[in-house]
Write a protein that binds this ligand. Structure first.
Ligand SMILES: Nc1nc(=O)c2c([nH]1)NC[C@@H]1CN(c3ccc(C(=O)N[C@@H](CCC(=O)O)C(=O)O)cc3)CN21
Ligand SMILES: CC(C)C(=O)C(=O)O
Ligand SMILES: [Mg+2]
Length: 276
C-alpha cells in the first residue's frame, strides 16, 4: 500500500445533449468556447468547458479576414476535424458557413453531413427564416443549434455588428422567431448581441431550449466566447461583451478554468460591463 498515491480522479463523462438539458433544468450554467485546432481544443476540454464550437469566426481569428462571409464548408470541416481529435468530453458544435445551407433543404443536409463526418455532434445555422430548414434536418437525425440576434453572416444587411432587438417591435419579432425555431426542433439557440432582458424573455418562454448567450446577459442557460478574444490574443478594440481571462497569467488552461468558473458562478457576464 502506498498512501502517497492519490485516488483515481472521478471519471468525467462526455457531455451529451441530455446532460446539457439537465444542466439547464438544474440551473448549472453551460460554458462554451470556440476552438479551431486540436491543441487548444484539448486544453479547453481539460480545463472543463462543457461545449466547443467550431465557429466560422475562424475567418477572422485564424484567417485574419474582416468577416465570416468568405469562410467555406471545407474550411470549417477541416478545423472541426482537428478539434474533434483534441476533444474528449465537450459537446462539439460546428457552424454551417455562409452559402452552405440557404439554397435548399437538400443543400443544408448535404453540408450538415460533411460536418458530421468531420466529427460535429450538432450543426449551427444563422437566421430567423430557417425554421423549415431546421425541421427538415431534425427529422433526418441532425441535431441543430439556431443563432439569432447579431448574425455575422448577414451583418451587412443588419447594418454592421450592432445590437439587435432593441425596440419593442424588434424584440417581439425575435421572440417569435426563437419560438418558431424551438418548435421546429432546434435543441439549442445562440443569442448574440441582444439586450439582457430580451434574452431572459426568450429563455423563459422556451424552458426546454438551451439558450447560449454572447453579449446577451447572464439569464440564459450558458455563455460562449471566441477563444482568441477571451485569451487576449485578439487585438483591441474587442466587443464590449468580451473579458480577457488571460490577463492574470498561468497559461491557457488556467485562463479557461477562470472562464468556466466565472460562467458557473455567474460572475461572467457582468451586468454592467458586458451587457447591453
Ligand atoms: N474575434 C471575434 N469575436 C467575436 O465575438 C466575433 C467575431 N470575431 N466574428 C464574428 C462575430 C462578429 N462579432 C462582433 C464584432 C464586433 C462587435 C462590436 O463592435 N460591438 C460593439 C458595439 C455594438 C453596439 O453598440 O451596437 C460593442 O461595443 O460590443 C460585436 C460583435 C461577434 N463575433
Ligand atoms: C461567436 C460564435 C457564436 C460563432 O458563431 C462563431 O464563433 O463563429
Ligand atoms: Mg459563427
Amino acid at each position: 500500500m502506498n498512501a502517497s498515491v492519490p485516488a483515481a480522479p472521478a471519471e468525467r463523462k462526455a457531455v451529451s445533449l441530455l446532460r446539457l438539458r439537465a444542466m439547464l433544468e438544474a440551473g448549472e450554467k453551460i460554458a462554451m468556447l470556440t476552438a479551431y485546432d486540436a491543441g487548444f481544443a484539448r486544453a479547453a476540454d481539460d480545463a472543463g468547458v462543457d461545449s466547443l464550437l467550431g465557429g466560422d469566426s475562424l475567418g477572422m481569428v485564424v484567417q485574419g479576414g474582416s468577416s465570416t462571409v468568405p469562410v467555406t464548408l471545407e474550411e470549417v470541416a477541416y478545423h472541426v476535424r482537428c478539434v474533434a481529435r483534441g476533444r474528449r468530453h465537450a459537446w462539439l458544435i460546428a457552424d454551417l458557413p455562409f452559402g452552405s445551407y440557404e439554397e435548399s433543404r437538400e443543400q443544408s443536409l448535404r453540408s450538415s453531413a460533411v460536418l458530421a463526418r468531420a466529427g460535429a455532434q450538432m450543426v449551427k445555422l444563422e437566421g430567423s427564416w430557417a425554421a423549415e430548414t431546421v425541421r427538415f434536418l431534425v427529422e433526418r437525425g441532425i441535431v441543430v443549434c439556431a443563432h439569432l440576434g447579431l448574425t455575422p453572416q448577414s451583418a451587412s444587411a443588419l447594418g454592421g455588428y450592432r445590437v439587435q432587438g432593441r425596440d419593442e417591435a424588434a424584440a417581439d419579432r425575435l421572440a417569435s422567431e426563437a419560438r418558431a425555431l424551438a418548435d421546429a426542433g432546434a435543441a439549442m439557440l445562440v443569442l448574440e448581441l441582444v439586450p439582457a432582458a430580451l434574452a431572459r424573455r426568450v429563455q423563459q418562454e422556451n424552458p426546454a431550449l438551451v439558450v447560449i448567450g454572447i453579449g446577451a446577459g447572464g439569464d440564459v442557460a450558458g455563455q460562449v466566447l471566441v477563444l482568441h478574444d477571451m485569451l487576449g490574443v485578439t487585438a483591441a478594440p474587442m466587443p464590449r461583451f468580451v473579458r480577457d481571462f488571460g490577463r492574470e497569467g498561468g497559461g491557457v488552461r488556467e485562463a479557461v478554468r477562470r472562464y468556466v468558473a466565472a460562467v458557473k458562478d455567474g460572475s461572467f457576464p457582468d451586468a454592467t460591463l458586458h451587457t447591453y
